[in-house]
Write a protein that binds this ligand. Structure first.
Ligand code: NAP
Length: 295
């Protein structure tokens, strides 16, 4: 059977992006020393950031477990990676569905070598105004299902394995979790922030059992996730390959968090200038027209 998939697009940075997204000095040798012989679970590995992380690990003697719903994409990625060194196991699973999630957990628990790293990356974003959402409660339940409950359930089941291996969990988060909320993204921001809060709370407890935790706070990244939002075409965005370097670097530095250098200023402004920022966003939203029409 022929395996076909669009190769991930490379996004070349313009001048502003080069300033905003400083290069990552990534040491492949250190990564290899840290990860040799290890087993790494990547959720949401069928496209975007998860796919790039998997490719970045392909030359290492590791076992990659790739999970997502689009099996044909996973098969293509496995095929590409196994031309190099890593061994790959793929599981087609909708992580919002308990039966699917439990199958993944059972299969991982049965691995004789255990589990060393979880990259919690699967996610869904929705851009919709509140007036367009009045009859769409399912937008809120499905974002919570994949962005909050799925990683919580998965980690509840896998933490004992990670404690045994003194492993690491990486949460692929968003800068929005640390900033003032913006309009039209209520479902996405609330669900990502819920998991960020859960994760940071649990991280303190896990330190005692030698499980490292890393939160990666990302701005826009040029993946399928932002493609439907036309306004983002012209906005600065990171290249998924660059994000994969940041994630892979955290696997040997074990740093607690990554955030772009400018985020601290945004965090300060979110606290000090909250009223002003909310007034500006209200004006911008009003200028778009009747608020009940949505954007
Ligand atoms: N792109 C951005 O601007 C941006 C910014 C900040 C943070 N992030 C975060 O980065 C992570 C990766 O997103 P991305 O940008 O790489 O977008 P993406 O290409 O759309 O990747 C999302 C991944 O999640 C998987 N997924 C979604 N729903 C799932 C489900 N129910 N069960 C299992 N897997 C599921 C998708 O696979 P299937 O569809 O095959 O299931 C896909 O592999 C997300 O957590 C996102 O919140 C992205």
């Amino acid at each position: 059977m022929s395996l076909e998939k669009e190769p991930p697009a490379v996004h070349a940075y313009n001048l502003i992006e080069k300033v905003l997204f400083q290069p990552t000095h990534f040491n492949r040798k250190k990564l290899q020393q840290e990860l040799s012989g290890k087993t790494i679970l990547i959720t949401g590995a069928s496209s975007g950031i998860g796919e790039q992380v998997a490719y970045m690990l392909k030359d290492l003697p590791v076992h990659l477990i790739l999970v997502a719903r689009r099996e044909e994409n996973l098969r293509y990625i496995k095929n590409e990676i196994e031309k190099a060194e890593a061994a790959v196991t793929i599981y087609k699973a909708d992580l919002r569905i308990d039966d699917d999630l439990n199958v993944v957990v059972q299969l991982i628990r049965a691995l004789p070598e255990g589990l060393d790293v979880v990259i919690s990356n699967a996610g869904l974003s929705i851009n919709r105004s509140i007036h367009q959402s009045l009859d769409r409660v399912h937008d809120f339940t499905r974002t919570m299902a994949i962005n909050y409950f799925a990683p919580v359930k998965l980690l509840l089941a896998l933490i004992p394995l990670l404690e045994k291996s003194q492993g690491q969990i990486v949460n692929v988060s968003t800068i929005n979790s640390l900033l003032i909320p913006i309009p039209n993204w209520a479902a996405y921001q609330a669900s990502k922030t819920a998991f960020d809060t859960w994760f940071r709370s649990v991280a303190i407890e896990l330190k005692a059992s030698c499980v490292d935790t890393t939160s990666i706070y990302l701005p826009l990244v040029k993946t399928d996730m932002i493609r439907p939002t036309a306004a983002y075409d012209r906005m600065p965005a990171m290249c998924p390959n660059h994000v994969a370097e940041i994630i892979c670097k955290s696997l040997y530095t074990k740093r607690k968090k990554y955030r772009p250098w400018w985020l601290l200023f945004g965090q300060l402004a979110s606290i000090v200038c909250r009223g002003g920022l909310e007034r500006v966003m209200t004006k911008v939203n009003e200028r778009k027209g009747d608020p009940r029409a949505g954007s």
